[in-house]
Write a protein that binds this ligand. Structure first.
Ligand SMILES: [Zn+2]
Length: 265
């Protein structure tokens, strides 16, 4: 069997000092156990174990002031294996300028999270963010669906994904958790089969294998991306879950490597 190269499009890591307190706090909030110590070293170790060549690290500015420290840390840690996506807070009065700065510094994308950043995906205040990301040709990874650590308010459901993409059809929006965590009936109703990027983390373990297989094989092949949400899922185990679906070799390779690397070019 030929060895497929693997890119994990959705991971998290923190500065070493931050990790030591952020990981236990997040473990508590989500009632979940982390699979790494939350540092880049821990992530690289997990990648080595799982045979993952590269990981996108999705940072989230939970406060306006975190833009700069996240940007600086992202510059500091980026290398051939770790690809950081910085973040801006939607309430940052300088968010347009800050998005342009992220682009100027050579980063490929940004990450937003509706629960940690208190927004609704399709609300008015977000349009200048989408417009600026589009202008800069930045990828926009956004948490979609419900979140394990928050009340079930529809902040970023498939209907809102559709609304945003109707307004910004050229925007390279990457939904996470197979289009919307724990809202996969809606995903199937609204998103599946359309040219919308779905990153698959934290989904296969919740779906029946037949349903997971159906969703993945009913979607355009170029629009599926492997992701794990590590440390909130184990990279090796996530890979095993995908492998067990026995997708075609062509689709498997596209999900694991080809689609993601094409986006990062
Ligand atoms: Zn995540």
């Amino acid at each position: 069997m030929t060895k497929t190269k693997i890119l994990d499009f959705h991971t998290h890591a923190f500065p070493d000092k931050v990790a030591a307190r952020a990981i236990p706090a997040l473990e508590n909030a989500g009632d979940i156990q982390a699979c790494t110590d939350g540092t880049c070293t821990g992530l690289l170790h997990s990648m080595d174990q799982a045979g993952i060549a590269k990981s996108v690290i999705c940072s989230i500015a939970t406060r306006v002031e975190q833009f700069q420290p996240i940007l600086e840390w992202s510059q500091h840690i980026q290398n051939t294996r770790l690809i950081p996506f910085p973040s801006v807070h939607p309430d940052d009065p300088d968010h347009m300028q800050h998005i342009r700065e992220i682009h100027k510094q050579g980063f490929k994308g940004i990450k937003l999270h509706p629960y940690y950043q208190d927004f609704f995906l399709a609300e008015e205040k977000m349009t200048s963010i989408y417009a600026t990301a589009l202008e800069c040709e930045l990828l926009l990874v956004v948490h979609t669906g419900f979140d394990i650590a928050f009340p079930r308010i529809r902040r970023a459901d498939p209907v809102q994904v559709d609304k945003v993409l109707q307004q910004f059809p050229e925007l390279r929006l990457i939904t996470t958790h197979l289009g919307g965590w724990d809202d996969w009936q809606e995903v199937e109703r609204v998103l599946i089969g359309r040219p919308i990027y779905l990153e698959i983390s934290f989904a296969l373990e919740y779906l029946k294998p037949q349903q997971a297989w159906r969703l993945l094989t009913s979607h355009p092949e170029e629009y599926l991306l492997f992701g794990t949400d590590c440390p909130w899922a184990d990279q090796s185990r996530s890979l095993k879950q995908l492998r067990e679906l026995e997708l075609s070799e062509t689709l498997f390779k596209k999900i694991l490597w080809e689609n993601g690397t094409a986006l990062l070019e």
